[in-house]
Design a protein around this ligand. Sequence first.
Ligand code: NAD
Ligand code: ZN
Length: 389
Amino acid sequence: MKAVCWHGANDVRVETVPDPKILNPRDAIVKITSTAICGSDLHLYDGYIPTMEKGDILGHEFMGEVVELGSAVKNIKIGDRVVIPFTISCGNCFFCNRDLWSLCDNSNPNAWIAEKLMGHSPSGLFGYSHMLGGYAGGQAEYARVPFADVGLFKVPDGLEDDQVLFLTDIFPTGYMAAENCDIEPGDTVAVWGCGPVGQFAIRSAYLLGAEQVIAIDRIPERLKMAEEYGKAKVLNYTEVDVGEALKEMTGGRGPDACIDAVGMEAHGTDFMGLFDQVKQTVRLETDRPTALREAIVACRKGGNVSIPGVYGGFIDKVPMGAAMNKALTMKTGQTHVHKYLKPLLEHIQKGDIDPSFVITHQLPLEQAPQGYEIFKHKQDNCIKVVLKP
Ligand code: NAD
Ligand code: ZN
């Protein structure tokens, strides 16, 4: 089959690789019909995430048709159209039983590597390095889905791929980010980053009852989408002092909740060089105000800081003093997609939201290398790229 393979920083190639096979009774093989490039893929493309190997298949936002099933999968049929959470979860462990699916204890055989490198043992993810399980990703014609009995969600008839594809990641991610803000009536929520995740965080903050959402970015088209589709007030951080502007817009108090939907991009640091020598202690220094720092400082006393943005290692200069003395609540994490998928599917079915609004580019799988470049550099007004195998 054809698949998008990682070959180093800024180097992805479409190659012919062996088809995936059923390895365990709870596996399924899915023929992929749509697959997207995520801001998280850019961390791999930028070379920020260690334990990638040349030839690794990328992609964790994908859907398609079930073509083969392991003997233990009884709740799904061959031919079913399915979406697949990007986090791999067993459905039976301490964490899965508490709806903390992205913290599954049984889906990452290489958790010890992450533990050693980063001090944590996350669940497995599709297409996201060996320390996160070494699973082949879904930017390909086929993928193997482990724990398919809990990891495949049947798509109801009448919904297009574009409407449900983002249930795999960015819609639940934006939603969990907003839910982590514990929004109360009248609240103002500020969202750093108007990429796909930020766009869904904005929409979700309103779905959860926010009075006002303020969105921050530097890319005009992304700010425009936040304003027009998201009904957010917008700030271009290259033009205004974000902290001052937020104060002014909130009667001097600061937003009730702040969402960092940026992650590592804001650091502008050479992670590649650092992670080449991952065994050394990694210290990241930068004088640029990062989204996260700005969010902590801007948030009102007693407010909530929600961090869907991905961080891969250690970061310095997080203003812990401000967080502590303002009694902030901070919540973060890879998204518990399995928990949110069905309720968010209902929102789509009811017409509360059509997630396809973020798609600006549809390309054949063969053009994935161009897709990565366009998405990384926000060329051609790009917000989200969907690849069609
Ligand atoms: P993206 O790269 O398309 O968007 C990031 C946006 O942040 C860009 O529009 C950029 O201009 C903006 N930005 C950069 N620095 C900024 C700053 N200092 N202040 C305000 N805006 C700034 O990525 P995306 O797909 O929207 O993903 C966003 C983040 O969410 C990434 O870190 C990604 O890894 C993460 N993510 C997390 C999860 C999860 O489970 N927690 C899932 C998916 C994505
Ligand atoms: Zn993603």
